[in-house]
Design a protein around this ligand. Structure first.
Ligand code: PRT
Ligand code: ZN
Length: 284
């Protein structure tokens, strides 16, 4: 049984459980205890605060964990990143009051900076030869400058809305972060390693399908080359005959981001009856 540490509640929780569900790993509907075995796969989840996940993996309380890269770097435990999961993307940035002139990173020399990420901040300041006073606060870091507690802040930014509503401007991006699967540095028992390999294989299949759509359409044979040229397909598109010899059916996978552009061009090239399907998984 492979034990995975996951956030018990918070921003990572929903997408973590959704990823496990998409990987076909089922859990009882109600979460009654901190340690819950899957109903159909040899894993159990250990629900923790995200701050405790790197340590739980480093000490072997859990075999692997799902947590933000920001926590991995801040806690600096003996763990390794096994797979980048692509959700909960954010960045850790320095921000200062919007009405203050900024002249580059030396602005922070001698200043007071509020943060919940002192280790990452210290690493950045040291690298830039800046001496500043790091003031650690947990939660509501963004209000520190307005109440006179600090000159600037170092915090997580996602949309940037929180900074704007607190009259702050982002001046230095220090790291990018996303949810990652972490493991310890030691070797896992063979059975656990096999389960982990299968888990990562399934995560990759889920991620490969993300943002992709499956397209099916009917195309006049005479214009097949034109249509094929529009389809960027992973490999060449599948082309199947239809009862009417002058037509064929073309199947392909496209990026959702290019969807409307491609569909418009396909219609212009004579494609008809275009069907668009969601892709659940893509197994290489
Ligand atoms: O209770 P527990 O300790 O488990 O949770 P927590 O309160 O410490 O963390 P939680 O659930 O808030 O966040 C978990 C993880 O989600 C973080 O460690 C990041 O890896 C990731 N994440 C992604 C974010 C955000 N986006 C985010 N926007 N974490 C926090 N924020 C906050 C940020 O602190 C700031 O207050 O949202 C605000 C900024 O958002 P924008 O969109 O206004 O820029
Ligand atoms: Zn936390």
């Amino acid at each position: 049984m492979l034990r995975i540490a996951v956030q018990s509640k918070g921003r990572l929780y929903d997408e973590t459980m959704e990823l496990l569900a998409q990987a076909g790993i089922k859990f009882p509907a109600v979460k009654r205890t901190l340690l819950v075995p899957s109903r159909n796969f040899p894993v159990e989840v250990l629900y923790l605060r995200d701050d405790d996940i790197p340590d739980s993996v480093a000490t072997g309380t859990a075999d692997v964990g799902i947590v933000g890269m920001n926590e991995v770097l801040e806690k600096c435990q003996q763990v390794q990143v096994l797979h980048q999961l692509g959700f909960s993307r954010c960045r850790l940035s320095l921000a200062i009051p919007r009405d203050v002139a900024y002249n580059g990173v030396q602005w922070f020399e001698g200043k007071k900076i509020a943060t919940s990420y002192p280790r990452i901040l210290k690493g950045f300041l040291d690298k830039n030869g800046i001496k500043a006073d790091i003031h650690v606060i947990n939660g509501s870091v963004e209000i520190a400058p307005s109440i006179g507690l600090a000159d600037g802040i170092f915090d997580i930014v996602s949309s940037g809305g929180t900074l704007v509503s607190n009259n702050l401007a982002e001046v230095e991006k220090v790291i990018d972060s996303q949810a990652v699967l972490i493991g310890g540095l030691g070797k896992l028992a063979t059975e656990k390693q096999e389960v982990l390999d299968e888990l990562i294989f399934r995560f990759k299949a889920v991620k490969a399908a993300d943002g992709k759509k499956y397209l099916l359409m009917n195309v006049p044979r005479a214009r097949l080359d034109e249509v094929v040229a529009i389809l960027p397909g992973i490999k060449s598109p599948t082309i199947l005959p239809l009862a009417d010899e002058n037509w064929c059916s073309v199947h392909s996978v496209i990026e959702e981001a290019n969807f409307w552009d491609i569909v418009t061009r396909l219609k212009e090239a004579g494609a008809e009856g275009i069907l668009v399907l969601d892709i659940m998984k893509m197994v290489p």
